[in-house]
Every structure is written in C-alpha cells, then in structure tokens.
Design a protein around this ligand. Structure first.
Ligand code: ZN
Length: 140
C-alpha cells in the first residue's frame, strides 16, 4: 500500500502539484536566509558563520555556511502529525486552506528533536477543506 502524506495547502498558493512544489515550499526555518539562486539556505547550526560557538568547524554545513534547500511541500506522515505540526508553527489554518493527501516521495530532515518532512506529489488522493479534514480524522 502506498504511503500517504498530508500537506496543508494555504489558500492563494499556486495550484498544488509536483511542478510547483519547489516554488511554494516555505522556509525550512522561519528566520532562514535563502541564497540568491534559491537552492540553499544559511546553516542554522552556525548561522552561516561556518564555526560553532566553541570555535570548532561546523559539522552540519561542513564549513560552507550553507545547507541545501529541502525540496517539496512541507507535509506530515499522518493526520494527527499534521495537526500537531500546524499548531506548532503558530499559524492556524484559515478558511479556504485545504489539506491535500498525496502519494509521492518524502524526505525527512531533522530539526532538533523533531523531523520535518518534504514531499513531492505523484498522485493526489484527496483534497479536503481544513474543517472537513478535522471532522473526518480527529472528531471523537
Ligand atoms: Zn554551519
């Protein structure tokens, strides 16, 4: 059975699809600086300084100060995880926002103690308004 990923697609964003996954993805970290060509962001471990607080070479970016941009939509591996993720980001879902359940590939990135997922869709399984998604998956 194919793995399903869940993505909150904000109202007004370009149409959901593999082609736009690159351009609509949010920053990996709210304060991250993106390189001019959009393929990298400033290392969050060393702040782009290439050296950590102890004066050692930054292991995360391998002393370049930059990390590759994640590719794909931010997504979650289950409905419950998506709800927790949205709550954690501090920007609640609005009217018009939809949850898109899709099949495709997802890559995980570690951010401190949690994992962030970035997925590229190959097939949309379902698109639901946020409220309908909550009612279906989380109503007790
Ligand atoms: Zn670094």
């Amino acid at each position: 059975m194919a793995v399903i990923h869940y993505c909150l697609h904000r109202d007004g964003e370009p149409e959901f699809g593999a082609d736009t996954a690159r351009t609509t993805r949010p920053l990996p970290y709210p304060t991250a600086t993106i390189s001019e060509d959009g393929t990298q962001y400033q290392c969050h471990q060393c702040g782009g300084r290439k050296w950590d607080a102890c004066g050692d070479e930054c292991y995360l970016c391998e002393v370049t100060g930059w990390l590759d941009m994640p590719v794909g939509y931010e997504c979650s591996p289950s409905p419950q995880d998506l709800v927790a993720f949205v709550a954690e980001r501090g920007r609640p879902a609005a009217d018009g926002d939809r949850v898109i359940a899709f099949e495709g590939t997802a890559t995980s990135y570690r951010d401190g103690t949690r994992l962030l997922y970035y997925g590229i869709p190959t097939h949309v399984v379902e698109s639901l308004p946020w409220k309908g998604f909550i009612a279906r998956h989380l109503a007790s």
